[in-house]
Design a protein around this ligand. Sequence first.
Ligand code: BG6
Ligand code: MG
Length: 216
Amino acid sequence: MKAFIFDLDGVIVDTAKYHFKSWKIIAKKIGFKLSKTQNELLKGVSREESLNKVLNWGGISIDRLEKNKYLEEKNELYKGFINNLNHMDILPGVNKLINFARNNNIPIALGSASKNAHRILEKLGIKNKFKVIIDGNLTSKSKPHPEVFLRGAEILGINPKNIIVFEDSIAGIEAANKAKMISIAVCAKRKIKNATFNFNSLDDISLEFFEKLEFK
Ligand code: BG6
Ligand code: MG
C-alpha cells in the first residue's frame, strides 16, 4: 500500500503569498520589517509559532492578550485575501496527481498546519478528494515536528515509509523526513536541502516518476 500526503499552502494553492502579505502588515504594526528570507522560515509553521518568530526577530515581547489580538488580526487579514479563491486557483499539476492517485488506488491525505484548511479546500472544490484531512486544529506540535504527517499515516493505516509527502517549506520537508516518509519538495525558486526529491512544481513531476519510484 502507498499513499500521498499533500501540504496545502504553497503546494495545492498559492496562499503562501497571502500569509506573507498578512504577516508583513502585522510585523509593521509591531515596528518590524519582515524580509522574504525570514518569511521562508514561517512557511509550514503554525500561526502562533509564526507570531513567536516574528516577535523574536523584532526583539519584541508582548503579553498573552496582545498576542491573541495580533493572531486574530492576522487571520482576519488572511481570510480577506483568500475570500475569492476558487477552482481556478488550484496550482498546476494538482489535478493530474489526484487523478493518478485515484486511478492507482493511492489514498490521499492533507497534512497542513493551517486552521483554515477545510475552508480553503471547500473553496477550491476538492475537499472530497481527500480521504483524511489533518490540519492545524488536529495537531498541537508545529512542523518541523512530524506529528501532522504521522497522524495522517496512522489514520490512513499506511506505513510511513510508503508515503510520499509533497511540501514547499523547509519545516515541512524536515517534518516528513523525521516521519521517515519520502519527501518531495516543490519550490520554483530554490532546492530544499535534505528533500528526497526536488521539483520546480507539481506539474513537473511525470507520472512515470511514480511508476519508477520504488516504495521500499
Ligand atoms: C501553513 C502555512 O500551511 O499554515 C503557514 O505555511 C501558516 O504560513 C500555517 O502560518 C497556519 O495557517 P493558518 O491558516 O492556521 O493561519
Ligand atoms: Mg506549505
